[in-house]
Ligand binder design. Sequence first.
Ligand SMILES: *Cc1c(COP(=O)(O)O)cnc(C)c1O
Length: 386
Amino acid sequence: MYTHHSLLLTPGPTPIPQHIQSAMNLPMVGHRSADFEQIAETAFRTLKPIFGSQHNVIILTSSGTSALEASMVNIVNPEDHIVVIVSGAFGNRFKQIAETYYENVHVFQVAWGQAFDVNEVMTFIESLNTPITAVFSQYCETSTAVLHPVAELGHALKKWDDQIYFVVDGVSCIGAVDVNLERDDIDVLVSGSQKALMLPPGIAFVAYNNRALTRFKSVRTPRFYLDLAKHHASLEAHSTPYTPNVSTFRGVVEYGHMVEEEGFEHVIQRHYLIRDAVRTALQRLDLDLLVDDTYASPTVTAFIPKDEAELKHIKNTLKSQFNITIAGGQGKLKGHILRVGHMGFISPFDLLPFVAALEVILTQYRQQSYIGTGTKAFLEVVHHEL
Ligand SMILES: *Cc1c(COP(=O)(O)O)cnc(C)c1O
């Protein structure tokens, strides 16, 4: 089979809408010009409802990991004690950043594929018997496709100690979930451009509350490019401290228009609908799901083929025969799971070719007919919820 249209279903980067692509292709403007000030002001403001932030959102010209690092070095002093929740590859990254800068890093391990249990996290923090400055966690742990109950943890942390900072990595779900810094007791929420925000890779975002902003200005950990106080001062002047990725800032503005047109609530519902349909279809194809329904992410789904040979066959054949790209596992889940991304510029019908291709692949590989089973289950969920 030859397929002209490629289908990118990885949990980042994700497909870019033509509207955004076109906006990004406009002629360059100087970054110290009134033209750019207008673009920047709009871009900072556009992201407020998406992050559920009362403040304009800082934009860094660097990938998501830079925002993870920034969220740490602008909140934590060298002697502070912090807790890092590790539930997968991106939790590990937070841990690595922490250990690069700090001595007193307490790691709370969560089994890969599970969400953290709020009571267990609190018991762990209490058992440390030392004041904790900040707690770091993923919102969606992309490597396992788990969506953690961050609001629940936010409330518990603030009840325990209202001085604690709760820092959340929302790189793979912001733009697809209902989040609000104040309501959910989050102090800093970071994200990247190339996932649910349907932009190219290369810029990152930091949302913060008043307390966090004050803290950015007083923390003593050495930093230069990632000094958020400096970025914030520029933001107030509708600018950036260093040359920004002007094109992608334009993309942010266009992203705002697209979300406004669809309605953000609908954007969120669309992601959950796709999640439910994909999960139902995969189960009908005798593919096990890694994550329980309660904590399944609306942006990415992890599934478990029968064995590694089947896994490789599925991933390779999707690419070679159908021009569909999905992702494998990371870290200890490599060779054990496959991950299909479904976030950003994606509609339920964009997942239908993926499900149909799986039917063909599994029918041939397992010598057992799946034709029509996954797609039927998929469409039953979609039509029911439309
Ligand atoms: C993709 C991702 C990152 C890292 O982003 P980069 O843009 O590759 O630096 C961090 N955290 C999570 C949860 C992610 O999914």
